[in-house]
Design a protein around this ligand. Structure first.
Ligand SMILES: O=C(O)CCC(=O)C(=O)O
Ligand SMILES: [Fe+2]
Length: 319
């Protein structure tokens, strides 16, 4: 089958939900992805992520052009369905990297886990909150990081997802803002907060940065929220600090409510794309012991960020 014939049947952005769209791949597209993945694995005998990325970079991904178009124009999360599924986890890793490279450059963080892929599953061997089974509160990833290094998007691929798997909670920033009172929205837009983070990293890189929680960028809304490390900025009068913190907790509540409403249970054959700055995510609690779930996550930054600040995609959170 020629590339032209494949391009003749583009994926359809089905209006399953006006908020979290589904992009259903055609069987031919899935087939083409599967053979790319097989090819990359067989051409990278060392089976390491940077090698996979080198190979992936050289491949034409134009037949998946609807993916970046959808992500960067709407700045809303969406789910891609109809992906090939693999038993060999190396192939699922390559798939996650391939999907990441359709929207930008996959990045690894030197002070985090130095890996282009992170496995997300309940385990006692990780300090990360996402590896627990309790509710994972609404957040964005590496919230504290600067514009020079923060992931612009996350791609989550389900390698295993069977039984009672929890929902990935999703709350777009503009919808959260629409639910807030004008007073709260105003406080949250002011730089009256500070975020302290990075102390738990492998090579601790603690930073304290002054931030606002909500920012407007033309018609889009940017949002910042993380777990317990945002406080009212030091030196703020007591009343203003109290106001800032109560607006923040109302925002977190609203985000959780919307996150549960719009969330998606990710299954095998699916990938979830989340624009990190424009949408909060979380994960519902595991409700029973009857589950098997292993997600693979790739972080993606934009090529201009890599070029201007790093020179390569092993990125330092100190930048
Ligand atoms: O487990 C999930 O569904 C989401 C995990 C998460 O927060 C992440 O991958 O950053
Ligand atoms: Fe996360």
């Amino acid at each position: 089958m020629s590339a032209t014939a494949l391009q003749a049947s583009p994926p359809q952005a089905a209006p399953t939900s006006p908020v979290i769209q589904e992009l259903a791949l055609s069987a031919m597209q899935a087939q083409r992805i599967a053979s790319m993945v097989e090819g990359v694995l067989s051409e990278c005998p060392g089976q390491v992520e940077p090698r996979y990325l080198n190979r992936i970079e050289a491949l034409s991904k134009d037949f998946l052009a609807d993916i970046p178009a959808l992500l960067w124009s709407r700045k809303r999360p969406f789910v891609v369905t109809g992906l090939p599924v693999f038993d060999n986890i190396e192939k699922s890793k390559i798939l996650a990297l391939l999907l990441g490279e359709t929207i930008g450059k996959c990045a690894a963080y030197s002070e985090y886990n130095q890996s282009y892929i992170t496995d997300i599953r309940p385990t006692k061997f990780s300090k990360e909150l996402s590896s627990g089974t309790e509710l994972l509160d609404m957040h964005n990833d590496l919230t504290f990081a600067t514009d020079k290094c923060r992931p612009r998007a996350l791609v989550l691929v389900a390698h295993i997802a069977s039984g009672d798997v929890p929902k990935t909670l999703l709350a777009p920033a503009d919808l959260i803002l629409a639910e807030l009172t004008p007073e709260d929205a105003q406080v949250l837009a002011e730089p009256v907060y500070e975020i302290r983070s990075g102390s738990k990293l492998r090579w601790p890189s603690e930073q304290v940065r002054r931030i606002s929680i909500i920012e407007r960028e033309n018609e889009h809304v940017l949002i910042r929220l993380s777990f317990t490390n945002i406080s009212a900025r030091a030196g703020l009068p007591h009343d203003s600090a109290a106001k800032a913190m109560s607006a923040l907790s109302r925002l977190a509540e609203t985000a959780l409510e919307l996150g549960r409403h719009y969330g998606h249970v990710i299954r095998r054959g699916e990938a979830l794309f989340i624009p990190n700055d424009y949408c909060l995510h979380g994960r519902d609690a595991y409700e029973s012991d009857n589950y098997e779930r292993l997600l693979l996550r790739s972080y993606v930054v934009t090529p201009d960020v890599v070029k201007a600040n790093h020179g390569n995609t092993m990125i330092s959170l100190r930048t």
